[in-house]
Ligand binder design. Structure first.
Ligand code: KG4
Ligand code: ZN
Length: 348
């Protein structure tokens, strides 16, 4: 079988990314231009700023991905584009570029679901997956446990009912004035903290595999800033994170990190007990977290289930996972026309 080269393009949030992947798994290049510096002062992604930054970066990033892979446009078998879900203005920038390249070079266009692509990321620089698997996506926008019967045959069996786990890390970092992006900032602050210092709630939603992170966020807020006075817009707090000493902030970060990860891992353990699977797949920005990675290793050892954990560089948003999943779809006969639409949300 001749090998195939797929260009992936990703612009769903605040990373502008392009990658070339051979046969779905072998990453030839993976270029990611982050916009953290642009969004830092707002402690979150500003959609309008993100779209404009994607526009400036998309072509240089694609060119760099092709150059680094030493691949010419005419050698591509397909162009994969993350077209859902995400920020609509951001998605449209990548989608426009992908369509233009597809049209100009007469190369098939393959629309890829960003969340499904996170579940492909364990294959990158590694082996294809044996199905059925249990899949975990822990990112800034999604917290899901799924039954994965194929690259895009995915049924969600547990999901967050409010904040995503990465969003909770980002909000915790804002409460603790720890920096941006929140996940790595909390992880760093937690390093020398006592994770038992604060008794923060680990949510359990009855017998379901669903998650809730808003209670944990509020508990951290009150622990750090004290009980609120007043209501609505006139609410005020007796203190802020900067009134705490460094060790108290470290302890709060460690206690938060422990509770947030405990809630995720409890449900994964539950799901592993309920379902016979060949392996556990894990991807998404939060799976870059060392405590979570160690906990996944522990749980999979205990359940004698092979763990397929994305390499750290492929946990956060990247285009290699888009190219890889596009390859899987393309080899199964899936491609899309130039009328492919971007979608901020995906039903179901
Ligand atoms: O997958 P991703 O890059 O984007 C989405 O699809 O949402 O995930 C970004 C999220 C952010 O919330 C970020 O704070 C979190 O992943 N994150 C982490 C770590 N690195 C990134 N959370 C905890 N620990 C980390 N080391
Ligand atoms: Zn993502």
């Amino acid at each position: 079988m001749t090998s195939s080269l797929v260009l992936g393009i990703e612009s769903s949030c605040d990373e502008t990314a392009a990658a070339v992947v051979r046969d779905g798994c072998e990453v030839m290049s993976s270029i990611v231009a982050t916009q953290h510096d642009l969004h830092q002062r707002y402690a979150g992604v500003v959609p309008e700023i993100a779209s404009r930054a994607h526009l400036e970066r998309i072509l240089p990033v694609i060119k760099e991905a092709l150059r680094e892979a030493k691949v010419e446009l005419h050698q591509l078998s397909a162009i994969g584009i993350g077209h859902e879900p995400g920020l609509i203005g951001s998605l449209l920038v990548g989608l426009g570029a992908a369509k233009a390249l597809s049209f100009a070079t007469d190369t098939p266009l393959v629309g890829v679901n960003h969340v499904q692509a996170h579940l492909w990321s364990p294959c990158l620089d590694s082996e294809p997956i044996q199905y059925p698997a249990l899949g975990v996506v822990a990112s800034g926008g999604h917290t899901t446990i799924s039954l994965v019967n194929g690259p895009t045959d995915i049924s969600v069996i547990g999901q967050t009912i409010d904040d995503a786990i990465g969003e909770a890390f980002d909000k915790a970092a804002a409460i603790l004035e720890a920096g941006y992006p929140g996940g790595p900032a909390i992880e760093q602050l937690a390093e020398e903290g006592d994770d038992q210092a604060l008794k923060l709630p680990v949510a359990r939603l009855g017998e379901t595999l669903d998650f809730s992170y808003s209670g944990l966020k509020t508990a951290l807020l009150y622990a750090v800033r004290g009980q609120p006075q007043g209501r609505g817009k006139s609410v005020s707090y007796p203190r802020s994170a900067s009134d705490l000493d460094v060790q108290s902030r470290r302890d709060a970060a460690a206690s938060f990190q422990r509770a947030a990860i405990r809630a995720l891992v409890n449900n994964i353990e539950q799901a592993l007990k309920q379902h016979e699977v060949t392996c556990l797949l894990a991807g998404g920005g939060v799976t870059a977290n060392t405590l979570l990675r160690n906990e996944l290793i522990r749980v999979c050892n205990e359940h004698e289930t092979p763990l397929r954990l994305a390499q750290r560089k492929y946990c956060v948003d990247n285009a290699a996972m888009i190219a890889g999943l596009a390859h899987a779809q393309w080899t199964r006969g899936v491609s899309h026309g130039l009328d492919l639409a971007a979608a901020a949300r995906v039903a179901g």
